[in-house]
Design a protein around this ligand. Structure first.
Ligand code: GAL
Length: 364
């Protein structure tokens, strides 16, 4: 069932992408233009800049005017920006939230003004006034996070007599994506915990305990430092880290380096990540971070642009997943894209050849 939904979502995406190619120019000249509001959580993370620009450029190519705002990871700033957009009379709102549950008043105002709302990448929670969700399959991304450890740490060959030692990090507790990432990763790792071949010396496993508010890499680094001094002072050696986000991967590796990991006889723990940021791809090429997960912001942007265009033309988007994402008030129809694990082996094929990052950006 889930496979069929995904195939439908992929077909819709391909169809809409083709539609953009064949009719984009024509639409740009025809009417149906209007002001579209796009709000991204912060400018200080690489991905949201890419996301914001991909959506803006795509919409502008179709002839729309775009008000793109970044919210500095500050909830009052984000609510004010959305209020302003509603006052300005935007025709559609595209929102990547900071705290998915903090925008209910704004969403109610948007609904009262008959402004459709697209929840971008992060699900807007506890509100009936969310029309669509465009994201990646967050549970599957989580499974990939677990898979990186299973493969990289060769967990299938591990024994209970000589278990693999890891510590776990999760994303921001107020971001619903963190739930999917955590569940997917833990489901993938469960058999290894059950067999006793994978161990967490700190015992810190619950999502509430291992979460990282606002995905803050410095906070994660501090937690890693504390874990290392509390649980790894003797002979226990950390072999791996579950990381949900590239800056967390890099900062936790820094904490490990500070206590002697990454020197002869004491290799860095194996860590994955998410977002395929330039610094992490460089680290992967340098043999430090092991892997990341590429969620192509260009595809997410293109899918969003097409959805906005369909709504603006009075069409009904089809082929959406109508079962997976319950935001606490309704099931939000969703378009879910696929993500790719990137290690040293496929940086060229999946990152450079596709133009996601150029060789120059990667310092090659
Ligand atoms: C999540 C998103 C991740 C990562 C993280 C930190 O919501 O799905 O890809 O970007 O936020 O910004």
């Amino acid at each position: 069932m889930k496979y069929m939904q995904k195939m439908c979502a992929v077909s819709v995406f391909l169809l809409v992408a083709a539609g953009m190619v064949f009719s984009g120019g024509q639409r740009a000249q025809s009417s149906g233009k209007g002001l579209i509001g796009v709000v991204m959580p912060t400018r200080s993370e690489e991905r949201w800049n890419k996301d914001g620009n991909a959506v803006k450029e795509g919409l502008e190519k179709l002839g729309y005017t775009v008000d793109l705002q970044f919210s500095d990871d500050d909830i009052p700033t984000q609510t004010r920006q959305i209020d302003d957009m509603i006052t300005k009379g935007v025709k559609v709102l595209v929102i990547a939230s900071i705290d998915g549950g903090a925008l209910s008043n704004q969403l109610a105002n948007a609904a009262a003004a008959k402004i459709p709302v697209i929840s971008y990448d992060r699900l807007l929670m506890q509100s009936p006034n969310v029309d669509y969700y465009v994201s990646f399959d967050n549970y599957k991304v989580g499974v990939q996070m677990g898979e990186i450890l299973v493969t990289g740490l060769k967990l299938d060959q591990a024994t209970a007599a000589n278990p693999v030692i890891v510590e776990l990090f999760a994303g921001s507790p107020d971001d619903n994506n963190s739930v999917g990432f955590y569940q997917g990763a833990m489901d993938r790792l469960k058999p290894y915990f059950d067999r006793g071949v994978l161990r967490v010396p700190s015992g810190q496993i619950d999502r509430a305990v291992i979460g990282t508010l606002r995905w803050d890499a410095a906070e994660a680094q501090k937690r890693m430092e504390n874990l290392l001094s509390a649980y790894y002072s003797g002979n226990v050696v950390l072999n791996g880290i579950l990381s949900p986000y590239d800056p967390i991967s890099l900062s936790t590796l820094e904490a490990c380096k500070a206590v002697g990991y990454g020197t002869p006889g004491k290799p860095l723990p194996l860590v994955g990540g998410q977002d395929c940021i330039v610094a992490s791809v460089k680290s992967i090429l340098a043999g430090e971070q092991y892997a990341t997960i590429l969620k192509d912001t260009r595809s997410l942007g293109a899918a969003t642009v097409e959805l906005v265009n369909t709504i603006m033309q009075g069409g009904t988007p089809t082929g959406l997943d109508t079962t997976s994402y319950n935001n606490g008030a309704k099931i939000v129809p969703s378009l879910l894209l696929d993500s790719v694990i990137v290690t040293k082996d496929n940086v060229q094929k999946d990152v450079i050849d596709t133009g996601y990052h150029t060789r120059a950006e990667l310092g090659l």
